[in-house]
Design a protein around this ligand. Structure first.
Ligand SMILES: CC(C)CCC[C@@H](C)[C@H]1CC[C@H]2[C@@H]3CC=C4C[C@@H](O)CC[C@]4(C)[C@H]3CC[C@]12C
Length: 572
């Protein structure tokens, strides 16, 4: 949660949804903030309780009253305890049998298996996975046996403790200064030797008090403080030295390696399959283009483009790209899938546009319809690691691997916002001023058509002074842009045609929310229509990249945009 007192704004990143709230008054703002903070506190406590409950359950399950219980399990010094009792704890809830391992959504399973069936060697993957499942159950059995074996030696004996302290290079410095160690007369940190001596005294006191001195005689334990918690907290779990334990550990290692090898081979097979699909798709589209020849090529619009860079609606119309290609999760794609009615409306609209006067659409432009190179699969790029290595640095200056880039730069990407420039052609030929504004409005949002799908790659950041020029004879406009500032990146662009002039200088602020990244463009977009002397101006809305670090990334565009019109000259 972040707040801005001046503007009474509260921003909340709730994982999937990002809330931006603005309170009408200061009082309301403070009430909201107080309530949200209280809610957050409540949630935190709730989580802490669950956490405590977990450890309580662990300690209840500990069969031998161990050291950790003496320590109140505060810092679970005993990683070993955690492990040794996990078995019984898990057992209380439900012991996971191999068949009960968390499974993915059955719909997804269905799709995957259907796809696997179509491949040339569907059985090998299935066999490998079956084998994997067996190995995992074996692994489960081994881990349980190891835990049972360790279960008998949960608590440290004093002798063991001494051995561990002397073997491990423990720092016996007290983490926080406190005056609890009164026995030494003054407060100071213990030396290693002292601590060891203390342990020795402690063990003898144990013996004395229990077997020789009797309850009435004050034992040394009453004077000598127990071995401090922080000493215990540094103990690493004792390694299992029994030959059987070692054997089980070796078995676990080798079974894990086999599981890893199986999963890797399944992964490789799937990757190969994916490549095969991509190649087939690429070949089929190239073939289709050659067969259909030039006669059917009216507008070399993105409909023809077979590369991974594609237009949203066309892609949906053709149904040519799978969900995995677009890198979207099931939910997001199905939300935006238009019905057939929408598809035919789009076709009709396109047909009507090409009849617009002044709209010269050459038949064959000689422009390429596919990109020269395929995009590499960047699913493996570990963004988390990159961010982790650059903690504290300005993210805009962190260099990212080129596998994350699409083979165009930001100025080219901005030029794509003119993909539906026919709307402006139509506006310039529409008498009704309201209708004109509707067309301009439609054009203003048409720039986002691809944004929804293009979330897997980022455009290259242009260099300072770099220019990009694009002549679209097919659409009748020419476009030029220049990178006018590198940090922060600002691109200025201008496009001209018989029917309109378009210009914008775009810079944006980024806000990283942990799971999502918001791109907040500043600057206005301008369009003029020469025939009526209209000047339209609008601002761009916020684009939010949700789940930016994962493959379930998706873009959401929203916010307030206002489109205003003024006259830039009188037409008389
Ligand atoms: C590869 C991974 C990690 C990140 C992918 C980030 C992509 C989705 C980001 C990086 C730069 C972004 C673009 C930056 C600027 C603009 C201009 C704005 O007017 C519309 C959105 C648009 C076009 C953004 C769309 C999303 C975008 C392409």
């Amino acid at each position: 949660m972040s707040i801005n007192k001046k503007s009474n704004r509260i921003d909340l990143d709730a994982g999937d949804v990002l809330y931006h709230m603005k309170a009408n008054s200061h009082d309301l703002f403070y009430i909201w903030v107080a309530k949200l903070s209280a809610h957050r506190m409540f949630k935190k406590n709730e989580a802490a309780q669950v956490h405590n409950g977990f450890f309580q359950a662990l300690s209840q399950c500990t069969s031998v009253p161990g050291l950790a219980q003496r320590n109140g399990m505060q810092d679970v010094s005993s990683y070993q305890h955690y492990h040794s009792t996990t078995d019984s704890y898990v057992g209380e809830i439900a012991a996971p049998t191999p068949s009960e391992f968390p499974s993915v959504n059955p719909g997804v399973n269905g799709k995957v298996s259907a796809w696997l069936q179509q491949t040339h060697d569907p059985d090998s993957c299935a066999q490998e996975l079956n084998r994997c499942q067996l190995e995992l159950s074996e692994l489960n059995r081994l881990v349980r046996r190891l835990q049972l074996l360790e279960g008998g030696q949960q608590a440290f004996t004093d002798g063991e403790l001494q051995r561990i302290i002397s073997m491990q290079n423990l720092s016996l410095e007290k983490p926080k200064k406190s005056r609890s160690c009164k026995i030494w007369g003054h407060s100071r940190t213990m030396s290693r030797v002292e601590a060891l001596g203390m342990v020795r005294q402690l063990s003898s006191s144990h013996l004395n008090s229990s077997s020789q001195l009797g309850a009435s005689v004050p034992s040394l334990q009453d004077y000598v403080p127990a071995v401090p918690d922080y000493v215990y907290s540094q103990l690493s779990p004792p390694t299992n030295t029994s030959p059987e334990g070692r054997k089980i550990q070796q078995d676990i290692c080798s079974v894990s390696q086999r599981v890893h090898a199986s999963l890797k081979s399944v992964h490789d097979a799937l990757a190969q399959e994916r490549q095969r699909l991509q190649d087939t798709y690429h070949q089929s589209t190239t073939l289709a283009e050659t067969v259909s020849g030039n006669e059917s090529r009216h507008t070399p619009s993105v409909t023809d483009s077979a590369a991974e860079y594609f237009d949203a609606s066309d892609d949906v119309l053709n149904g040519s790209f799978s969900e995995s290609e677009s890198g979207l999760s099931e939910g997001t794609t199905s939300n935006s899938e238009p019905e057939e009615g929408h598809a035919s409306a789009t076709r009709e609209y396109r047909a009507s546009i090409s009849k617009t006067p002044n709209c010269v659409v050459p038949k064959n432009t000689g422009r390429r319809t596919t990109l020269a190179a395929h995009c590499p699969d960047n699913a493996q790029v570990g963004l988390m690691q990159i961010l982790y290595n650059n903690i504290g640095k300005d993210l805009s200056r962190v260099s990212m691997p080129a596998a994350l880039n699409e083979p165009i730069n930001l100025m080219q990407r901005l030029c794509e916002e003119l993909e539906y420039s026919e709307l402006l052609d139509t506006a310039n030929n529409t008498q009704d001023p309201y209708q004109r504004m509707v067309y301009v409005g439609a054009f203003a949002i048409s720039g986002y058509a691809t944004a929804h799908y293009r979330n897997r790659y980022k455009p290259f950041n242009p260099l300072l002074g770099e220019t990009y020029e694009c002549l679209r004879e097919d659409k009748g406009f020419r476009y030029i842009s220049e990178q006018v500032c590198h940090h922060p990146p600002i691109s200025a662009c201008h496009a001209d045609s018989d029917n309109f002039s378009f210009w914008q200088d775009q810079r944006w602020k980024n806000k990283f929310w942990g799971k999502s990244l918001e791109i907040m463009p500043t600057g206005m977009v301008n369009v003029t229509l020469p025939r009526f002397g209209d000047h339209y101006e609008w601002n761009k809305v916020v684009t939010c990249i949700h789940n930016v670090l994962s493959q379930q990334r998706y873009l959401e565009t929203g916010g307030h945009a206002s489109l205003s019109k003024s006259l830039f000259f009188s037409t008389g």
